[in-house]
Each structure stands twice: as C-alpha cells, then as structure tokens.
Design a protein around this ligand. Structure first.
Ligand SMILES: [Mg+2]
Length: 268
C-alpha cells in the first residue's frame, strides 16, 4: 500500500449508513407536535378505554416506560385495540401545520452520500406526513416504521399472538437491522431518546443522541440539534468517492486536521 492510498483509507468515513429517528429528532420537540400526541393519547385512554381523566397522564407515562408505547401496553394488558384505530386517533388531529419546511436540514441531508433511512415507532402515514411537511420526503432511501417492525399485527387472531414491537426493544432494533440489511458497526443511529440510543448501542450501532448537550452513557455523540451534524460528526462527509467526492475530500481533510487530532470524538 502506498502512502497516498493509505492516507485516503485513513480518512474514509466510518459510516456506510445513517439511521434517523423521526419525531423530536428531525424537528424540535418544542413546536407542539409532541405535546399534542400526549394529549391525544390521554384522550384515547379516557374516551376509548374508559380510564378516569385524572389518571390518564400517569397511565400514559407508565405504559410508555413499561411497554414502549401506550398501544403496546394496552394490548399487553388485554385491551383489543387495533393499531390503525389507535394511530388514526392519536395522529389524525395533530397540528401538522406547525411543522415547517426545513431547507437547511434538507441541504444537509442531501450533502450526505451514504444511505439514509428513517427508523421510527410511528406509523407510515404519520412518517410520510411529517417528512412532506419538513420538505424531506425525497431525502431517504427507506422508511422503517411501525408497520415494518410489526408486519403480522393486522392478521393476528389473539392479542398475545404478536406483541407490539417498538424501540427500544432489542427485537425492534434487530428487525430494523435485518430489514435495512445494514452493518451496525458502520451505521450511525440518531435518536432523541436515550433508551433507544442504549438499545442501539447494544446491537452494535454507533450512536448519536439528538436534542441534548450531554452524551448519555451509550451515546458516542451528542447533538443539541440535528442541524449541528456537520460540526459534531464531520467524519460523515469523508468520502473517497468520485465526482463531488474530490471536493469533499479536500474540505473534510482540513476539517479532520482540526477535529480528529485531539483524539476524542468531537461532541464528547
Ligand atoms: Mg423520537
């Protein structure tokens, strides 16, 4: 190996693929969608399941902590709730108009040459609506969503036949890796939930906690906003490619000299 090829190899990106969570990762948790989802879930618990209004909030939190979602918890507890009915109630009346097109994020994503996938617990309708509102509908190669990780739920004859599988369960992580056919060691997983990040780490993914200044124990990186991606993880853009790649190599090499020399990852 000559010196030149060795240098190129050393500056190749460590990532072949980026796996993005959607809600509260590609847009801020503060714009009102997350709060509206919580309200709708609590309304569902009261109106469809008959729980007292003053218990709805604590029950929602408890089901989320124990089962990964309210739907998973309700089904595990024996409530015959269909996923489509649940999702249309919880997502059907969301104020999607508060999600604005994000040209800066679009340009950032379009500058990444690696495969880019969405991995969300949300249903496909919601995922597509959010991506369209953000103006990012054509920025991803694949959407791994509720229906992808629960393919048999709609044909189950008993509630316990196919338990709902969602992040942060290891089963959900493994299904996503399998469906996407990705090498976890060369995939960067970005999510705003530290339990999801921990699950990702346990299946071998490289991990970035989004929306936080401080890393969690299992996060390799922390990004206050997804828009900080280039500053915090510049190694994504190191490509020994063709065409536009030459420009990127020149740019990222100088960045490397600035950012990698301290030996610890930026954002540590
Ligand atoms: Mg999220």
């Amino acid at each position: 190996m000559d010196h030149c090829s060795k240098s190129l190899r050393e500056v190749n990106s460590p990532f072949d693929c980026l796996l993005f969570d959607l809600d509260d990762t590609l847009y801020s948790s503060t714009i009102g969608i997350a709060a509206a989802v919580k309200r709708n879930i609590e309304d569902f618990l009261v109106e469809k399941c008959g729980f007292p209004k003053d218990k709805a909030s604590s029950l929602r939190i408890e089901l989320f902590r124990t089962y990964g979602s309210t739907l998973a918890g309700l089904r595990a507890l024996g409530y015959d709730i269909g996923a489509d009915d649940y999702h249309s109630f919880v997502h059907g009346s969301l104020p999607y108009e508060v999600i604005k097109a994000d040209l800066q994020l679009r340009n950032l994503l379009r500058s990444i040459n690696q495969r880019k996938l969405i991995f969300t617990n949300s249903d496909r309708n919601h995922a597509i609506k959010v991506l369209e509102k953000l103006g990012l509908h054509d920025c991803f190669d694949q959407i791994i969503c509720f229906e992808t990780i629960n393919p048999n739920l709609s044909i189950s004859s008993r509630l316990d036949e196919f338990p709902v599988v969602l992040k942060p369960s290891i089963d959900a992580m493994k299904i996503a890796l399998n469906v996407a056919n990705i090498d976890p060691r060369r995939t960067l997983f970005l999510d705003d939930n530290d339990r999801n990040i921990a699950a990702g780490k346990s299946v071998g993914l490289r991990t970035a906690l989004v929306g936080k200044v401080m890393k969690s124990k299992e996060a390799d990186y922390a990004l206050e906003s997804i828009l900080n991606l280039r500053q915090v993880i510049p190694e994504i853009w190191i490509m020994n490619g063709t065409d536009g790649g030459n420009h990127q190599i020149k740019r990222t090499r100088s960045e490397i000299m600035d950012s990698v020399l301290p030996a610890t990852p930026v954002g540590a």
